[in-house]
Design a protein around this ligand. Structure first.
Ligand SMILES: Cc1ncc(COP(=O)(O)O)c(C=O)c1O
Length: 453
């Protein structure tokens, strides 16, 4: 161990105390010079270390759907920690994970009625990909191993996730280490055809035909699954063109290929339903989930599968492990207790219905920014929203992008947290948001935009 004196802290954190933490997805040299520090949270608001109340317009990172520090969820986690802090899930069980599995599966559409637990969206995705490949083999179709993703897809950061993901800047450093046998279909966004569409754009269903082309290129006998987000979120909220998801689903069925919906963002009320599958009435075979599943209180990922997929694994001798996969924290008691409490809150407070009722108000409020400076597109669906800016002459990473400047101004000058990606700012408020708070976010954005060059 090094004997050098390390920075420590007692009292408020200062820039010198921030060095040791290698931060995720952050321009950290810039951050450490001018930190954005959140110290507590309740309902729709954070408190910052300089004593401000800050509106959370992004539900953390698309995840705190029931609002921060909900007393019922907090109490459930505290009780569970005192009762059973941890128990292994390999060859042991505890009642909380089984109860959570049953009640969460009950919210899934169609015959999706089994779930595999992990700890994050990234792990839920890697688990889905492994299940898809292993399922094909279990049913005697062992050549079906390829996975088709989509450009502008975000499926987390593990190797399988970035391989099927469609973001160059997440993949390029790792190109030599990516998973083999992956291809991508065209993304669905086209600014000139779709700008300022309300909810789902009219233009673009034909882009699903790209999937059929990829399948014919590789041969369906070699393809296990297609993975897409029903609404890509992290890459800028891209609602699917009308009819697109239906076509994707029909093509998968035609060629006997599994369809995976990555619903890490879109599940648990974000679109006013338990799942986007239900919202769009398009049924996948596998749904990945995390985030809002337990209000993001304790890490939890979940991969939901159809009964027929589960059944395909339940063969061979009874003493054989059917699926060689799992995490030390799969089905962690605290995470599952939090999920059970969160589900109760969603039901008792009718939060999915609330989100569905707010969809129109949210859309109209954000679209009122159409005339604001630099705005080239506005997209919303459910309680997801994005505002896209003309890039201007900025030159990231040497300079802040316009979206990053808006993000920065919203935090420091307008007391509001949102997200940015490229030249887009994205929002996804907690489902408890009121109509007047929606207007407040829009008013803050208008003020911030007025001062952006
Ligand atoms: C669609 C989707 N999949 C996977 C992930 C990865 O989740 P996590 O950050 O919990 O690993 C995310 C995160 O935003 C996501 O939006």
């Amino acid at each position: 161990m090094s004997s050098s004196v390390k920075p420590g802290s007692s009292g408020p954190l200062k820039p010198n105390d921030l060095e040791a933490h290698f931060m995720p997805f952050t321009a950290q040299r810039q951050f450490k010079r001018k930190p954005r520090m959140l110290t507590s949270a309740k309902g729709m608001y954070y408190s910052s270390d300089d004593g401000r109340q800050i509106m959370d317009a992004s539900a953390g990172m698309w995840c705190v759907n029931a609002g921060h520090a909900h007393p019922k969820i907090v109490a459930a986690i505290q009780k569970q920690a005192a009762e059973l802090d941890y128990a292994p899930n390999f060859s042991f069980g505890h009642p909380v994970s089984f109860k959570a599995a049953s009640l969460l599966c009950a919210e899934m559409p169609s015959d999706i009625d089994h779930v595999f637990f992990s700890n994050s969206g990234s792990e839920a995705v890697d688990t889905a990909i492994k299940i898809a490949i292993a399922y094909q083999r279990a049913r005697g179709r062992g050549t079906k191993t390829r996975i088709i993703g989509r450009e502008r897809g975000y499926h987390g950061v593990n190797i399988a996730g970035i391989s099927v993901g469609g973001l160059g800047y997440n993949r390029q450093v790792f190109s030599g280490a990516l998973m083999q046998g992956v291809d991508h279909i065209h993304h669905t966004y086209n600014l000139s055809e779709q700008a300022f569409s309300r909810l789902q754009p009219e233009w673009g269903a034909h882009l699903a035909d790209d999937l059929e082309r990829r399948i014919l290129l590789h041969d369906a006998e070699n393809i296990a699954a297609v993975i897409i987000e029903p609404v890509p979120g992290s890459t800028g909220v891209l609602p699917p063109p009308k009819g697109y998801l239906e076509k994707i689903s029909a093509i998968c069925t035609k060629y006997d290929i599994l369809l995976i919906f990555d619903e890490v963002i879109t599940a648990w009320g974000r679109l006013g339903r338990a799942t986007a599958a239900e919202y769009f009435n398009v049924m996948p075979d596998i749904i990945t989930s995390a985030k809002g599943i337990n209000n993001a209180t304790v890490p939890l990922g979940a991969t939901f599968i159809r009964r027929s997929i589960y059944d395909a694994f339940m063969r061979g001798g009874e003493y054989g492990i059917e699926f060689m996969h799992g995490y030390t924290y799969s089905g962690h008691p605290l995470a599952c207790a939090a999920a059970l409490a969160t589900l109760e809150v969603y039901k008792e407070e009718k939060l999915f219905e609330r989100a569905a009722n707010l969809e129109k108000k949210w859309s109209e409020a954000l679209h009122s920014l159409k005339d604001a400076p630099h705005v080239v597109d506005i997209r919303t669906i459910g309680l997801m929203g994005a505002v896209e800016f003309a890039p201007g002459s900025r030159n990231p990473p040497q300079e802040m992008s316009r979206a990053m400047e808006v993000f920065d101004k919203m935090f420091f000058e307008q007391d509001c947290v949102l997200r940015f990606t490229g030249n887009v700012i994205a929002m996804s408020p907690p489902l408890i948001i009121s109509e007047s708070q929606i207007d407040e976010i829009v008013a803050k954005l208008r003020k911030a935009l007025a001062t952006v060059k």
